[in-house]
Design a protein around this ligand. Sequence first.
Ligand code: B12
Length: 441
Amino acid sequence: MSKILLINPDPVSRVLPPLGISYIAENLKKHNHLPVILDMGFDNPDKNNQGWEKIIEDIDFVGITATTLIYFNAKDIVKKIKKIRPGLPVILGGIHPSILPQFVLDDSGCDAVVVGEGEEVMVDIANRKMQPKGIINAPVINEIDTIPFLTYEYLDIQKYFKFGGTDRIRWSLPQPCVSIIGTRGCPYACTFCASKTLFGRKVRFRSVENIMLEIDFLRKKYGIKAIYFCDDTLTLKKSWLKQLCDELAKRKMQWICGTRVDVVDEKILQMMKFSGCKYISYGIESGSNKVLNDIIKKETTIEQAERILKLTRKVGIGIIANYMFGLPGETEEDMKLTLKAIKKIPADTAEFSVYIPLPGAELATDLDWTVYKSNKNPYHSTSYIHTPEFSRIIKRYHRKAVRNFYFSPKYLFERLKMLLYPQRVYYALKSLFKLIQDLMK
Ligand code: B12
């Protein structure tokens, strides 16, 4: 039996346990190993009395996950571990190492980089069938039902439930809530997104039975009342979605998900509403069809978005709309169209980002991702890919969008309805406070 420390280096406390390393932990547990998850958002050994020496003293090897924004945090941890126990193997995985394996191997001081899905590779290493050395290309796991579902028995899930935060899952759903992912892969070619680079364009579905085993286990063990489906596009396959909705309705679950405006219609929305869907997060991205089709290859139109969001409201599902400003090639005229769309298209809440290029996305050529060293949210700061003057213009439109939306009488009136749910008022006020703080930066 090996003892494996799996680390999420994100220093920001989040409301949900990290999914990627939880899956890896689950598979290690199934093969009789002992995984432990250290989430730096909660258990930073530099801040508590434990210290790194104690944490790694009886560990056989370490795995660290990294997206681009937390790569430098991961690198710091490798350095700390190697200073104390130079011979302890450290493996890096996740989207950033998967996209830039050679760079990460040379730069971070780790022993191995895993490209792709880590569940099987980490078991092979724990069973000493594979050496943790160099770049390891993980095979794609075709039957994702073979991966055990998440039980969270290798971390303290209560700390996530107790953590307030301002995340949408806190104010939009009854608690406690967990995240579940039912699919891997995305068939679309959006040029700003890195998702398909990791999991590919062929979509693999978990069976609905397998998802229900997870939900029933989590209901019984932790009393979960709601689910945040993290899939890129939950509503891709109608027959699968219908089966999922039927089972969720039987269990009286409340849930939220993300999807695209071209894979729902009134019937699907009604079915989702009936089964407990409270909010849908839609990527509207831009009010300009030129941006939508020529720049980001979203293959949707703003007219389609308007129609579907009106239908979503008619059916009675809450709407989270996501918009971006500052894409390469986007003009002031395009941003004006986005402001116009925000006014016209219904939404209960919205998220506005300044576009930042991230490795793995087609649009992100010539990028210098090392600028994302700090942990401040770069989505609300100035875009570095444009001239300073145009970046200021982008920031102006971004702020205008936030102000127009959140301080409109329509929005404020809608929020008054929240007074019916005191717990949600608490989270909504916290979110508003955070928004004002972000705007003032
Ligand atoms: C759900 C999600 C989130 C959730 C996570 C919820 C949770 N409970 O974990 C939340 C909302 C917190 C989130 C936040 C952000 N996210 Co996000 N997110 C996703 C999403 C849609 C799915 C990720 C997921 O859970 N997949 C399922 C698990 C099983 O996969 P996984 O985590 O990749 O792990 C597997 C492999 O990567 C590998 N692996 C992972 N870690 C390790 C470690 C080792 C040692 C090994 C061997 C292998 C390994 O094995 C795992 C199991 O197969 C992806 C898109 C996608 N489809 O990948 C974007 C994505 C990962 N997010 C992205 C971004 C940009 C963000 C944010 C920066 C957004 C923001 N505005 O703040 C933040 C910051 C995250 C951070 N800490 O860096 C980008 C990252 C791009 C990049 N180059 O870094 C992605 C790819 C989306 C995109 N638009 O391109 N996100």
